[in-house]
Structure formats: structure tokens, C-alpha cells
Design a protein around this ligand. Sequence first.
Ligand SMILES: O=C(O)c1ccccc1NCC(=O)[C@H](O)[C@H](O)COP(=O)(O)O
Length: 211
Amino acid sequence: MPTTAKICGLTTIETLDAALAGGASHVGLNFFPPSPRNLSADQARMLAARTPDRVHRVGVFVDPDDALLDMAIAAGRLDILQFHKTAPARIAEVARRTGLATWAAIAIKTRADLDHARDVAGAASAILYDAKTPDNAALPGGMGVRFDWSLLDGFRHPLPWALSGGLDADNVAEAIARTGATLVDVSSGVETAPGVKDVDKIAAFLKAVRR
Ligand SMILES: O=C(O)c1ccccc1NCC(=O)[C@H](O)[C@H](O)COP(=O)(O)O
């Protein structure tokens, strides 16, 4: 199965268009106010309006309340909700209430962290394996941190999954070959500064995924 890609944390029309032109299967819209990639309702509406329905619109959240979710779902025309630092019961509740697909981000640093993947098996529809950011980090994702891909060796994935964390155009082919990922996710690896996506880096990343 060919690997597909999510470009996460898009904030401008120019970079959204680069993701779409390069064949991204998913675009990530961020709704975590401390993030440099956070979107207002108006920004999300503008980006979502340009995104064809064949491309999944993934909302990125950190333990959100219902008001934030409802605003983001409507403005971003979201069809997938991605949760960081959110309890499995809360993810299940949101899935029931909204009827949308849900991804649970599992922060990985050691093999023991993979146990959390089993905790979300009955709650989320898919897992995003992401690198654990440092304890004092401002963000639980989007920091270009990579985890040891060999930790996934032999792991019985309880749900469909995607690979994330520190990917870029130079390492994504190796990451796919090493892990067998069929969906990869990138944010800072296609930026020139936190929150500043680059059209050439997006194109190079998507080309490397296709190769
Ligand atoms: O990107 C953010 O600012 C962010 C903030 C809060 C929670 C999650 C966030 N990003 C989630 C993503 O899906 C990123 O693409 C993923 O963590 C990989 O990021 P990177 O290592 O920079 O490619």
C-alpha cells in the first residue's frame, strides 16, 4: 500500500496549496492556543474552504472542551479529531457525541509508553505515534523530536496507526522502510521557523514519501 502523508499545522493558503499540490492525503489544522500554528475560526474557515473533500481535515487538540471542539469542527469542516494528552474516556465521549473519527496521539520515548496504545483501543479509531517532547516543553507535539523507531518492532498495533515525530524530507523514506508506516505526519520538518511552513520543504517531503 503506498504511504500517504499529513502535513500538520498549516496556517496559510500558499502552504495549504503546496500540500494539496504535492498530494497530501490529510491536512492538520491546529486548535491549541499556545501553539504558533493555532488557528482562529476565520483562518480555519478559509483553509477548509480551499481543501477538497477527498483530503482529510484533521483538527489537532490538547484536551479540548466542547466549545472549542464545536467551533473547530464547524469552521474547519473537520472529519478527523486528533487528541494529545486527552483521557481515553474523553476521546470516546467526543467520538460518540460528534460521530467523527478520532486519533489518539501516543507520546513515545520508551517501550513502556507503547502500553498507552492499548488503553485507547476501545476509544479512538486510530493511533498517531508521536515523539514525547521534554517535560518542560511548551507543546506536546510539533517540536521536531524523533523517537527510536525500533521501539515499534514486533508491536501488535491495536488500531490503524500513523508515524510522527521529527520526520523530514531526508529521513522519511528511511522511517517508512524501517517501520512499515502507511501514513506519516510532519510539522516542523517542513518549516523554516516554528509555525512558518515552507512550500519547497513541503514539496520535498511529499516527493520523498512518494518515492
Ligand atoms: O504542532 C503543534 O504545534 C502541536 C501543538 C500541540 C499539540 C500537537 C501539535 N502538533 C501535532 C502534530 O500532529 C505534529 O505534526 C507532530 O507532533 C509532529 O511534529 P514534528 O515533530 O514537528 O514533525
